[in-house]
Each structure stands twice: as C-alpha cells, then as structure tokens.
Design a protein around this ligand. Structure first.
Ligand code: ARG
Length: 436
C-alpha cells in the first residue's frame, strides 16, 4: 500500500467517520502485531477465562460461552501449528482473536469483548507471559548453579590464585571460585521467584483503566488464570504497565551479570598467559587467517548479551514518564521486554554446558602462585599469636622476600582458611540446599 491509502482490514474501533492512512496504521502496528505472536497463547488463555467469567454472571449464554471456548482452543492449536498466522492483516493480537471468533461464530463472537478493553487485555497477557518467563529463567539459573556446584565439589580444595584488581592477592581454590557462581545463580533464582510474586496479580476486568458498570467476576477469573491475587485498582493496573516489564528485565539483567562475570573469567583464564581453562570444543571458533587460533567467540557474545539486556532496560526506563491512564507510548516497552527475554533465556541455556565442558588446568593454577601471596596468611598468623595486626602487617611486608616454605604451602593455606564460606569451610551444602 502506498502512502495515504486507507486501511484494508477494519480495526476493532472501525465506526463511521474513523479514517486513518495505511502508512500511519503500519507505523503504529507493524512490529507490534508481529511481537504479539509471543503473547498470543496467553491472550487466548486470558480470553477463555474472561468468557467463563462473563458466563458466570450471565452476561453471556452458557451455550455461546462454550462455543467461544471451543473456538479459542482451536485457535490456539491452529496458531501453534502455523495454520493461523498472526500478521499485518490485524492491528494486533487482540483484534485477531476477536476477528477469528466473529468469522467462526458470527453473533456469539461479537460478545467476547464485553467488560474488557485492550488495555487490560494486553496487561493480563503480558503478566502471564512474564510469569512464564520468570519460571523459565529460575529453572535455568538453578541448572547453572548446580553445574557450577558440581565443579566446585570436584575441585573443592584445588588451589588457584585469588585476584583483586587482577593482581595476585591470596591463595584461593577452584571450589571457592566455582562456588561463587553456584551461590550467585542461587541468588538470581530467588530474585526470579520474588519478581514473579511481585507481579502475580490479575489486572483483567479493570478494562480501560476505570472499571465498568458490571459486577464482573474478577476474583474467579483471576483464580482461573492462577494469579495469586487481584490488582485491585484499575488505574494502578494501568500505571504498572512498563514498570513490571522493567523489573522483569532488571531481574534478567542480574542473571546476565553473573553470565558476564563467568564469561569474563573464562575468556581471561583461557588466554595462554593464564591457561587455567580450556574451553570445550563447542565454545570456540577458528580464525579466517590465523590457522593457530581458537577464539572464545561464544563466551564473548554471552558477555555482550548482558549489554543488550541493559539496553532494553534503559529503553523501558525512558518510556516511563507518563501521567495516569493508558497511553500508547506503553506499547514501546513491548519490543524491549521481548528482546531482553529472548536474549537472556538463550544465553542462560548455554551456560551449564559451558561449565561442564571446560577443562581446568589445576597444575597451571598452582604454578601461578608466588610466595608474596602468602603474606596475608603470615600477618594473620602472627596476629593470632598476639602481635597487634598492624605490627604483624608491617613485619609480613618486610618478610615477603624471605618467606619460607612452610608458610608458602598452598594446600595448607587454603585448608586453614576456615572463616565460614572461605576455602577451608566452603559450606557448599548450604548453597546446594538453596538450589534444591
Ligand atoms: N498494542 C497496544 C499496546 O501494546 C494494545 C493496547 C491498545 N490500546 C489502545 N487503547 N489503543 O499497548
């Protein structure tokens, strides 16, 4: 269609006098209707619950409700199989559902939108989608945590340098290093559950943001959709749009921060200068010119994925500057959410095997330790014998050059690090219990 043509398919809001150019319609809807493909099954599910709710208060005949329900089950199946295509013929997924019902059922199909608006319709579909995403992300984080824990247990007391500022600091262990990812991902798994419970409230039945003049069965519709509570206030429900999305993306960003840290460590430690780690063959690529190269492209792109998620989070923040009530601006948070979700879930899915297929070179790790790294142990030991710590610190600093062998024993050093959580007392069972 060229600029200025009128729209081919009628939108839901078609009425005498409504006219909009096709290119303007495309500007508003093109990406949106395609993105709605990801929300479509949730929209169908919520529509089924809405119709059941209308039937329960006799605003729709049982027979019609049952025909609509059957048609919606069929639509779900047709969509999943690819036989029903959601595309630019429709303004959005919501319109496609109604159009399908009207085509199939005529009069009965036209009854479906009583008591709701696309504003609560999109809100409920998004919340169902976000709950599913958080469940998925949580499961992935647990799987990663367990993979890291398994390596931590296998190499529990294998010594390696501990770094601060990327400078050698104190003796550490693989158990401590990998255990840090086990606990980090356990923390994010818990955050996924917290965020899920934060948004686990049904907005359906709040309509355009002001309720309707009907005694809608909001609670039973909410129960039907397995929400744990109602989002009571219709204006609050609209005001949550975008902000819930932001919190979900922020949660995913936390997961991606752990991914980024792991990817960084693996790319650094797989450099020949360290050679602590050899990445699994599925995680390295070759060079087009340098036959000798094995490049860690996979971990680099996993690392960069965190930036995509951070960018999406910023996009949503930028859209969040609106007065009360629905505004079409809110639609712009949808691509950011979906992009962040898809990038994060895909990245997370690769991490267990990244961890499991990496080979750790504990001989290289041990060889990278020098006597200066035992200075802190020595100072703490002197202080334990009664020397004030600051004096012990100075004596240890002076003794670095002539530190003797029984002080510079990596195994003894890490075994003696018994402060709870440290190398000699990793408390891996506590972390394991959180990973279920
Ligand atoms: N695509 C729209 C969105 O994401 C659906 C809601 C449209 N509502 C409206 N009043 N135009 O926000």
């Amino acid at each position: 269609m060229s600029k200025g043509d009128s729209i081919a398919a009628s939108p839901l809001w078609a009425k005498p006098g409504a006219a909009i150019a096709a290119d303007a319609m495309a500007f508003m809807s093109r990406d949106d209707v395609l993105l709605d493909r990801e929300l479509f099954p949730f929209d169908i599910l919520a529509t089924r619950a809405h119709v059941k709710g209308l039937a329960s208060i006799r605003l729709i005949e049982e027979a019609d409700a049952s025909r609509i329900n059957t048609a919606l089950v069929e639509l779900d199946r047709l969509f999943a199989s690819g036989a029903f295509v959601l595309d630019e013929r429709y303004e959005d997924g919501h319109s496609a559902i109604e159009s399908f019902l009207v085509d199939k059922l005529g009069e009965a199909g036209k009854r479906v939108h009583l008591g709701r608006s696309r504003n609560d319709q999109v809100a409920v579909a998004l919340r169902l989608y976000m709950k599913a995403v958080l469940d998925h992300a949580r499961t992935s984080c647990v799987a990663i945590g367990r993979a890291a824990l398994a390596v931590a247990r296998t190499h529990e007391m294998d010594a390696m340098p501990g770094y601060t500022h990327l400078q050698r600091a104190v003796p550490s262990t693989v158990g401590l290093w990998m255990g840090s990812f086990a606990e980090g991902f356990a923390d994010v798994a818990e955050l996924c559950a917290l965020t899920r419970s934060w948004l686990d409230a049904s907005p359906l039945g709040t309509a355009a943001g002001y309720g309707v003049n009907l005694p809608l069965a909001r609670q039973s519709v909410s129960d039907e959709l397995q929400f744990s509570r109602l989002q009571v206030n219709p204006m609050a429900a609209q005001a949550s749009r975008g902000r819930l999305e932001h919190q979900v993306v922020a949660t995913l960003w936390q997961a991606m921060q752990e991914v980024r840290r792991l990817a960084w460590d693996f790319s650094l430690f797989s450099a020949e200068e360290f050679a602590f780690v050899t990445l699994g063959p599925g995680f390295v690529t070759g060079s087009s010119i340098m036959p000798n190269k094995k490049n860690p492209d996979m971990v680099e792109l996993l690392r960069a994925s965190a930036a995509v998620v951070g960018g999406a989070m910023t996009e949503i923040q930028q859209a969040m500057s609106l007065p009360s009530g629905y505004h079409r601006d809110l639609q712009i948070t949808k691509p950011s959410l979906l992009r962040a979700v898809n990038v994060s879930l895909e990245a997370l899915s690769h991490i267990p095997s990244l961890i499991e297929t990496a080979t750790l070179h504990t001989d290289r790790m041990r060889a990278a330790m020098d006597s200066a790294m035992f200075a802190t142990d020595f100072a703490v030991k002197l202080a334990g014998e009664g020397v004030p710590f600051r004096d012990a610190y100075v004596r240890a600093a002076q003794a670095i050059e002539e530190m003797d062998d029984d002080v510079c024993d990596a195994d003894a050093s890490v075994r003696a690090r018994v402060s709870p959580g440290a190398c000699g007392n990793l408390m891996l069972d506590v972390i394991a219990a959180r990973l279920g």
